[in-house]
Design a protein around this ligand. Structure first.
Ligand SMILES: NC(=O)c1ccc[n+]([C@@H]2O[C@H](COP(=O)([O-])OP(=O)(O)OC[C@H]3O[C@@H](n4cnc5c(N)ncnc54)[C@H](OP(=O)(O)O)[C@@H]3O)[C@@H](O)[C@H]2O)c1
Length: 291
């Protein structure tokens, strides 16, 4: 397949590009540096030339900056307007694109969905993350191609980006603590399984709609912290850092660490027979440590 990857310069995109190429696919990256400008609606003329499928990853980093009102607008706009730009161009230009696979996020279920095991038909939450993800998914549904797939991605664990280096840094420096109540769910996925999942839904013509992209065994935040500490042979200190203190430092964005979700991977395993390489957090962490 010939695949265009938007936001392909990022953490997931770089790993995905190498994985797809290793499988024999051809890839091209659409970046703000060389191919589009979402604010002006510019998309390079030959964006879809010889392209069979698009993987849409582009979006401003959710955890990169505090969530001011302007930043929240940017987080939504970068996802919704970029999707709308692709949709408009696919409506008006000649092309042979059949498939769109878009990133989405388990934030769809809300920053904190408590003890509930979220499945694909669990309703969206009511906070900023849900609003952002819902608007993004609705824009994706408007893209006029034969097949649309949305992967609701969990916390992606990998050595070269995402949440793992952020969680691991204080622990390695003997400053590992549990944030918030500790019982909040963390639905993680190893980067290698995630890129395998993208390849699976790109090539399996029966894949359609939403799939949760998380490993089969979510853990609590306390468990995640303890397991990272264990692979580094470091302690975890008590007491826990209370949610109010985190809100003082991080503002509304504190929800990213004080909240969490337990998310089910059953649908993709049953419907598409997807099999994970990393089902246990310990094995995923051990692999990452040895990269
Ligand atoms: N990593 C995770 O744990 C995780 C979890 C759930 C969902 N996701 C979603 O998966 C997607 C990819 O994640 P990632 O971790 O690879 O993110 P990333 O490393 O931040 O990469 C995202 C890419 O999007 C483009 N981008 C950044 N700001 C933008 C803006 N304002 N407007 C348009 N494009 C912009 C950039 O590409 P250019 O500079 O080349 O344009 C960037 O390389 C994101 O949409 C993210 O929300 C990630």
């Amino acid at each position: 397949m010939r695949i265009l990857i938007t936001g392909g310069t990022g953490f997931i995109g770089k790993e995905l590009q190498s994985h797809l190429e290793a499988l024999g696919h051809q890839t091209r990256v659409l970046s703000r540096r060389n191919g589009w400008d979402i604010s002006t609606g510019y998309l390079v003329e030959d964006a879809f030339e010889n392209i069979d499928a698009i993987v849409h990853l582009a979006g401003a980093g959710i955890a990169d900056k505090r969530w001011s009102e302007a930043r929240k607008r940017e987080l939504i706009h970068s996802r919704v307007a970029s999707t709308a730009l692709l949709a408009k161009a696919l409506k008006t230009r000649k092309h042979q694109v059949r498939t769109l696979v878009s990133a989405s996020a388990i934030g769809y279920y809300g920053a904190d969905s408590g003890e509930v095991l979220c499945k694909e038909d669990t309703p969206a939450g009511h906070d900023f993350l849900s609003t952002c993800t819902l608007a993004w998914e609705q824009a994706v549904d408007e893209v006029p191609v034969y097949r649309v797939v949305k992967l609701r991605i969990g916390l992606v664990l990998g050595a070269h980006g995402g949440i793992f280096p952020v969680l691991a840094r204080p622990i390695r420096w003997f400053a590992g603590v549990i944030l918030g109540r500790g019982t909040q769910g963390q639905s993680w996925i190893h980067i290698q399984d995630l890129v395998k999942m993208f390849a699976c839904v790109l090539t399996d013509e029966s894949a359609r709609g939403v799939y949760n992209a998380v490993a089969p065994e979510p853990v609590t935040h306390a468990e995640m912290t303890k397991q990272i500490a264990a692979v580094y042979h470091r302690p975890v200190w008590w007491p826990k850092v209370p949610a109010w203190a985190l809100r003082l430092v991080l503002g509304e964005m504190a929800a990213l660490v004080t909240g969490g979700n337990f998310v089910s991977s059953e649908k993709i395993q049953k419907e598409l027979h997807f099999s994970f390489t990393y089902t246990r957090l310990k094995d995923a962490l051990t692999q990452i440590l040895h990269v």
